[in-house]
Write a protein that binds this ligand. Structure first.
Ligand code: BV8
Length: 243
């Protein structure tokens, strides 16, 4: 444990699955019921903004339900950040706010945030009401038609990529939790971490296309795997050495 100073953690939809938020590529996943091109690209928004506003309003409404709460995996990562002697950075692909609600502070939403909206004219970011669309006047320009979800769509550049890359290159341990490792550039973060000398560990329900590139893999549900793994980390039972 003494050699592990900086931990970087990538999370994906799998960490929120047990909180009741559908993943993208599992049975009944989001991409089973929608075409990515129609609801998660700038072209789709241009073509049919109403469909895209509806897609995100529905997900924001679901996220705001009382039964959608952080699960033990989110809580464990927030505990790791509080109690670990070194630095812990969570980089999430998720657009839900469950990491924040669990108490995570050092957090980057590389794909944006469901609870925020952005004015395309001023680029100002606002907390989103449960519902907004092309008729909602934006708080800065006071006119309708300028607001979009503060989400990174396919074909758009994820947020804070420079900071993410330097943190990964400077970490001693990289954890990938609940992601299918299919979406670039998050899918190559393990490479940047390994390049920087980090040990890389994947914790996921099932093996992924990237599993054999990690130093270690643990398979299971995040809410069952992550709390125990965090306890092992905090008690110094995880060696930074690549076996
Ligand atoms: C970019 C916001 C340039 C939207 C999202 C051809 C080949 C390769 C790449 C490309 C290509 N054509 C285009 C690309 C690039 C493209 C891409 O990767 N496309 C894919 C589809 C092939 N990427 C981009 O466009 C990105 N931008 O590349 O810009 C650039 C970049 C860097 C530097 C310079 C230039 C932008 C991508 C962002 C898109 N927006 N989200 C929204 O949410 O509505 S991505 C979307 O997918 C979500 O954010 C999601 O998180 C992400 C990844 O999915 P996962 O999180 O992994 O979820 P998934 O369902 O896939 O998997 C869940 C996993 O959990 C499974 O493995 C499952 O087994 C596991 N699981 C389930 N239950 C549990 C569990 N694990 C543990 N416990 C459980 N209980």
């Amino acid at each position: 444990m003494e050699n592990i100073k900086n931990i970087t953690i990538l999370t994906g939809a799998g960490i929120s699955a047990e909180s009741g938020i559908s993943t993208f590529r599992d049975q009944n996943g989001l991409w089973e019921n929608h075409e990515i091109e129609d609801v998660a690209t700038p072209e789709g928004f241009q073509r049919n903004p109403e469909l895209v506003y509806k897609f995100y309003n529905q997900r924001r409404f679901q996220l705001s339900q009382d039964n959608i709460v952080p699960n033990p995996a989110h809580m464990a990562l927030a505990k790791l950040e509080r109690e670990f002697s070194g630095s812990v950075l969570v980089i999430t692909q998720n657009v839900d706010d469950l990491h924040e609600r669990a108490g995570q502070k050092n957090l980057i939403h590389m794909h944006g945030e469901l609870m925020k909206m952005r004015c395309v004219a001023s680029n100002k970011i606002y907390k989103a009401p449960n519902f907004f669309d092309g008729d909602t006047p934006c708080p800065c320009c006071q006119e309708a038609g300028n607001l979009r979800p503060h989400i990174v769509w396919f074909g758009e550049m994820p947020f804070q990529m420079d900071k993410i890359q330097s943190e990964l290159l400077n970490s001693d341990l990289f954890l990938s939790i609940g992601t299918s490792a299919l979406v670039y550039p998050a899918s190559i973060f393990y490479r940047w971490a390994a390049q920087g000398g980090a040990k890389t560990i994947e914790l996921n329900l099932e093996s992924t296309v990237a599993s054999d590139r990690f130093d270690e893999n643990f398979q299971g549900k995040a809410s069952e795997l992550v709390p125990g793994f965090v306890e092992d980390l905090l008690s110094g039972n995880i060696s930074p050495e690549v076996s």
